[in-house]
Design a protein around this ligand. Structure first.
Ligand SMILES: [Fe+2]
Length: 306
């Protein structure tokens, strides 16, 4: 297959989703709605690290203290009512149908430089698909850099694996058990090692050639949740901060459209986490039921951010 990166294409949301489900990538230029979202995020970040510069604070702070700050900052971002308002404005701006589009809560991510903190609250991601973590094949991921990024602190895509399965241990992952056991404030305490059994490849992969998109702050990268992606080992000298969130389209979920399953074997579904753009209503139960596999009693069916 070819690997196409669409830049500000004149597509409808329907056309865009079809391309994303086929493994293509999208980049949109910064626009007022996404820049406002970044400015909001920068305000919270500045406040959290004051008087230090958030990009270099890692060089001044003890790692436990740094993780503690992130452990407060990230939930504050998730729970802030303005975060959802900005997210909805960005999706509306990019042509998503507010009646049909459901999103999960926006997250703030950070990638520290020089291996300072790569576990727990600032996990450096090994190559993975979100669909190894119980996301449906119709899930789309949206990613926005908050400050300027460079090739050495960006995110990497490994698109050849979109159609090529990789041996992995996702079969051991159940979404509801995960919500019970591996989520919450204790994750910020993992500053040296990370005991969470995160699904990962169990065979060698060819990670090069890889695609690193380096757009300006406020630009929006969109990709399928089945796309293989990883954190670039950050050697830039500064911490990278980004926003991401995920969406599904109700018609696609109902008709089981989305990326093809080449290798995911996890159980449970994230379907109960998405909220309708118009009124924050959950996905109708009959649609959740299409993705559920009877394991919901194993833990918490819905993710409740800590
Ligand atoms: Fe991911």
């Amino acid at each position: 297959m070819n690997h196409t990166v669409y830049y500000d294409p004149p597509f409808t949301d329907d056309e865009r989703r079809a391309q994303l489900y086929a493994g293509q990538l999208f980049v949109y230029s910064p626009r007022p709605s996404s820049l406002a979202f970044c400015e909001f995020a920068r305000g919270l970040i500045r406040e959290a690290f004051a008087p230090l510069d958030p990009l270099t604070a890692q060089h001044e702070l003890d790692v436990a203290r740094y993780a503690e700050i992130l452990g407060k900052l990230k939930p504050a971002f998730i729970h802030h009512p303005d975060a959802k308002r900005h997210l909805r404005a960005v999706l509306g701006d990019l042509g998503c149908d507010p009646e049909k589009t459901y999103f999960d809560v926006p997250r703030m991510r950070s990638s520290t430089s020089n291996g300072y903190l790569t576990t727990g609250i600032a996990y450096a991601w090994h190559p993975h698909r979100d669909t190894w973590y119980s996301a449906p094949g119709c899930q789309l991921n949206w990613w926005i850099p908050i400050y300027p990024i460079t090739s050495d602190n960006a995110m990497a895509f490994h698109p050849r694996y979109f159609t090529q399965g990789v041996k992995n241990d996702s079969a051991g992952y159940n979404y509801y058990e995960w919500n019970n056991t591996h989520r919450g404030g204790h994750v910020a305490g993992y500053t040296k090692e990370d005991p969470r059994p995160l699904p990962r490849p169990t065979e060698p992969m060819e990670l090069d050639p890889q695609i690193r998109l380096v757009p300006p702050p406020g630009a929006i990268i969109v990709f399928s949740g089945a796309q293989m992606h990883s954190s670039v080992p950050n050697t830039s000298g500064v911490t990278r901060y980004s926003i991401d969130f995920r969406t599904i389209n109700l018609d696609d979920a109902r008709d089981r459209r989305g990326a093809a399953n080449v290798d995911w074997h996890c159980t449970g579904t994230t379907m109960r986490d998405y909220l309708r753009m118009t009124d924050l209503a959950p996905v109708p139960e009959e649609v959740v039921g299409l993705y559920d596999d009877g394991t919901a009693q194993r833990g918490k069916a819905v993710y409740q951010p800590g």
